[in-house]
Write a protein that binds this ligand. Structure first.
Ligand code: NAD
Ligand code: UDP
Length: 342
């Protein structure tokens, strides 16, 4: 069988590096493109160490169309998974143009260059943030998208729309948007994981850094929400399971099994977990006590969102497998490795 190549833009980052590993393990050739604006080369080195494959890495800004085009000249991939984007919600509210410029321009370049070079399949990293505060739960792919409350969220909606329109208009282009819920954890090897810069914005890295003594105390944002224990509900998806959903999407496209030119899938577990439950599970499986306190609600948080995963289960033949316990163990193993804790 002829080997197929996949371009992984943003592949030095958290989700991209885990996805590169799953693609390579499944027999794909991978090219990683990243400008290392929110990562470093260790992500690529981790992929190489896990797979034993000397994965090509190109340091390029996807917003620089000319430089990005060089990569299309050099490598003959037919599919791209586009992870390259900024992702800090708060920063995007403070500096929206930074987000519109990077996230939109890089994606427009991907679509344009795929067309220009006669390539076909585009998988886009979308997010459950497009659902906002949903009227019914769990959310299905048909659940209405709510007006975005941040520039970050808006770029996700706009890129989904760009992909829908481009795949609808251009015979050659097929699109899949994967709406991720809350990715957490690390590769079981602990060779790759999440490397947030500065103070973590997300719950699990804040937890692991607190356990490691890097942060003094975790703040639980709100205990007076209308949920059983008063904290917010989310659908936490293991990073390796999430990576495997990308593999399933690429297989579907390269094997010509798509039902439509543009498809959308929820990538979650279907299970709602509260902040307190997550913290308690982390403590239990890692046999430690976490320093935490209840703090005021964080602006912009939705009360609850979790996925109906029926469509992804059926069409992608994929479902989340790793338990929350194993995932939270892997998150701590990774943090210990990063901090040199025995
Ligand atoms: P990440 O920051 O670890 O990875 C993104 C990578 O893209 C980084 O390595 C960064 O250096 C690179 N990058 C950014 N702009 C670039 C550009 N112009 N050119 C080249 N490289 C560029 O983030 P992640 O958590 O791996 O997220 C990957 C994608 O998934 C993003 O699009 C993000 O919005 C989306 N997403 C993430 C989450 C989450 O909770 N992590 C949830 C939903 C969606
Ligand atoms: N959260 C928290 N303390 C933190 C970070 C997050 O209590 O330091 C809560 C947050 O209010 C939300 C949940 O954890 O209810 C998940 O937040 P995260 O930022 O990880 O993901 P989001 O769902 O906002 O994308």
């Amino acid at each position: 069988m002829e080997r197929k190549t996949v371009l992984v833009s943003g592949g030095a980052g958290y989700i991209g590096s885990h996805t590169a590993v799953e693609l390579i393990n499944a027999g794909y050739d991978v090219v990683i493109a990243d400008n290392l604006s929110n990562s470093d080369i260790s992500g690529v080195e981790g992929v190489r160490a896990i797979t034993g494959v000397d994965v090509p890495f190109v340091n390029v800004d996807c917003c620089d169309k000319q430089a990005f085009a060089q990569l299309f000249e050099q490598y003959n991939f037919d599919s791209v998974i586009h992870f390259a984007a900024y992702k800090a919600v708060g920063e995007s509210v403070a500096d929206p143009m930074k987000y519109y410029r990077n996230n939109l321009l890089s994606f427009i370049n991907v679509v344009d260059l795929m067309r220009q070079y006669g390539r076909h399949n585009i998988v886009f990293s979308s997010s459950a943030t497009v659902y906002g505060e949903a009227d019914t739960l769990p959310v299905t792919e048909a659940t209405e998208r709510k007006a975005a409350t941040s520039a970050y969220g808006n770029t996700k909606q706009m890129c989904e729309d760009i992909l829908r329109d481009a795949s609808g208009a251009y015979e050659q282009i097929n699109g899949i948007a994967l709406r991720y819920f809350n990715p957490i954890g690390a590769h079981p090897s602990a060779l790759i994981g999440e490397l947030p810069r500065g103070v973590p914005q997300n719950l699990v890295p804040y937890i692991t850094q607190t356990a490691a003594g890097v942060r003094e105390c975790l703040s639980i944002f709100g205990d007076d929400y209308p949920t059983e224990d008063g904290s917010c509900l989310r659908d936490y998806i293991d990073i390796v399971d999430l990576a495997k959903a990308h593999l399933a999407a690429i297989n579907r496209m390269t094997e010509g099994r798509c039902n439509a030119k543009y498809e959308v899938f929820n990538v979650g577990t279907g299970r709602a977990v509260s902040v307190f439950e997550l913290v308690k599970t982390f403590e239990k499986v890692n046999n430690l006590k976490l320093n935490y306190k209840v703090a005021p609600r964080r602006q912009g948080d939705v009360v609850a969102v979790w996925a109906d995963t029926a469509l992804a289960n059926k069409e992608l033949g994929w479902q989340a497998e790793r338990s929350l316990e194993d995932t939270l163990r892997s998150a701590w193993e990774w943090e210990k490795r990063v901090r040199n804790i025995k």
